[in-house]
Design a protein around this ligand. Structure first.
Ligand code: ADP
Ligand code: MG
Length: 310
């Protein structure tokens, strides 16, 4: 189990980056760390991996203390793997060799089998013999993930792991990767600003803002509780509307066009979203977004009712 006990961190001559960060993660559990750019997600992953020395607090993996570079000749924990935002691979060697480099030379058959298995997880079997320098950024990112998994770490730290991977591949890769991690009981911490990474794949989700943790719960609870606009906005468009004098946070799908509705809105624009339309409207001069099965003409007025269920 990972224990992060009230840690604080500050880069030299900078304002505080992280303050009183406190959480635990069990074996095989998946945590998503979310927050806007510059909120300290990458810094926190580096601290957990042992690349930075904290100013206050302690970190443990099971009973072993995680210490920074001030205490180690070679920083980084043995049974953790960390895939940085700027993954560095060996450009002039093949995809297979990049993965196999971290496996034992004494068991060539086992190495071959593992490499093949990992190539399937990252959906790159047909690229096994291609030199890394000839791959796209997204493909290189996938190889970096496979390489980190080669030796089955106990904890995998991924920094924006799907940032360069196109949507077309992203969904199936995410499903495969997190299923594989669960099968192998590998704990995982993913830093991301994409709510979709959290919703379907994480057991827990933590949001960092202004140096501190502002939310820590299951993704479903955070989605449904809608206490903070900042948290809800990580998942979807969120409306902050004053209805009968009470300010409410509501997702677009919580409104429905209905003759019995009590909110009179004037349509501004309709955006096609594939399975539905997102309608931008004005309610008492406040912008209000709602979903609808079809587009609605500009300037038309419609009545909306609020569905409280999510
Ligand atoms: P995130 O990953 O959430 O975008 P980072 O952890 O990269 O955030 O950065 C958090 C803050 O620390 C930012 O203000 C950033 O400019 C600063 N920072 C990051 N790395 C360094 C560094 N090596 N030296 C000084 N400041 C840094
Ligand atoms: Mg970052």
């Amino acid at each position: 189990m990972l224990e992060v006990n009230h840690i604080s961190f500050q880069y030299p001559n900078q304002e505080q980056t992280l303050e009183n960060i406190n959480f635990t993660l069990n074996k095989g559990e998946h945590l998503c760390i979310m927050g806007e750019s510059g909120s300290g997600k990458s810094t926190l992953l580096k601290i957990i991996y042992g690349l930075l020395d904290v100013n206050h607090g302690t970190l443990y993996w099971n009973e072993k203390q995680i210490l920074g570079p001030a205490h180690h000749l070679v920083p980084g924990m043995d049974f953790f793997k960390y895939v940085a935002q700027d993954f560095d691979l060996m450009p002039y060697t093949s995809v297979s060799e990049n993965i196999a480099k971290f496996l034992s030379r004494f068991y060539p058959e086992e190495t071959l089998k593992r490499t093949k298995e990992l190539l399937e997880v990252i959906e790159m079997s047909e690229f096994a013999h291609v030199k890394v320098k000839n791959l796209s950024g997204g493909q290189q990112q996938r190889v970096a993930i496979a390489r980190a998994l080669a030796k089955e770490p106990e904890l995998l730290l991924l920094d924006e792991p799907f940032s360069q991977i196109d949507n077309f591949k992203k969904n199936s890769l995410r499903r495969k990767l997190f299923k594989y991690l669960k099968e192998k009981d590998i704990a995982c911490i993913v830093a991301t600003h994409d709510g979709n990474d959290a919703l379907s794949f994480a057991d827990k989700m933590m949001v960092i803002r202004n140096h501190i943790i502002i939310a820590n719960d299951t993704p479903a609870n955070l989605y449904k509780s809608v206490k903070e606009k900042y948290v809800a906005a990580l998942f979807d468009d969120i409306n902050e509307v004053s209805i009968e004098g009470k300010v409410q946070l509501l997702y677009p799908h919580q409104f429905q066009v209905s003759k019995e509705g009590s909110l009179n809105v004037s349509v501004v624009t309709s955006y096609f979203k594939g399975s539905h339309w997102l309608i931008e409207s004005l309610y008492n001069n406040q912008p209000l977004f709602f979903t609808n099965p079809s587009s609605i003409d500009e300037k038309k007025t419609v009545l909306l009712r609020v569905q409280n269920c999510l």
